[in-house]
Design a protein around this ligand. Structure first.
Ligand code: HEC
Length: 99
């Protein structure tokens, strides 16, 4: 009986840690899939005039709008992902900043 409790406790811990680490991981995965071909995995590639995301100063809402609607050459992503995913990416790209 005791060992079942211990196993259940570990399963619960696993569940909780994955719930808390998921958003950052999700942002990275989505970014690498959708954005890195222009912006590069570290935000500096600059293909087709893509802005350097390490130097970007956009506010959270401006980043969200840019991902959602696109701008000039940058495509809109609102049909390809949901708002939570766009927020996860926005948080991830802010971690590139070196201010
Ligand atoms: C086809 C190439 C391309 C892809 C794919 C792309 N971008 Fe861009 N991105 C650009 C270009 C070009 C600009 C400059 C457009 C402008 O703002 O004038 C830009 C600008 C930006 C900016 C504005 C930076 C600033 O300071 O003005 C952000 C933020 C950004 N991209 C994030 C993303 C994210 C996040 C993704 C993936 C969801 C993505 N981009 C995918 C080409 C791309």
């Amino acid at each position: 009986m005791q060992s079942i409790r211990i196993v259940l406790f570990f399963l619960l811990c696993l569940l909780l840690t994955s719930a808390f680490t998921a958003p950052a991981e999700e942002g990275r995965t989505l970014y690498d899939h959708h954005c890195a071909r222009c912006h590069g995995t570290d935000g500096t590639r600059g293909l087709l005039g893509a802005k350097n995301l390490q130097k970007s100063q956009l506010s959270d809402s401006a980043i969200f709008i840019q991902i959602s609607n696109g701008r000039r050459i940058m495509p809109a992503f609102k049909k390809r992902m949901n708002p939570d995913q766009m927020t996860a990416i926005a948080n991830y790209i802010k971690s590139f900043r070196k201010l």
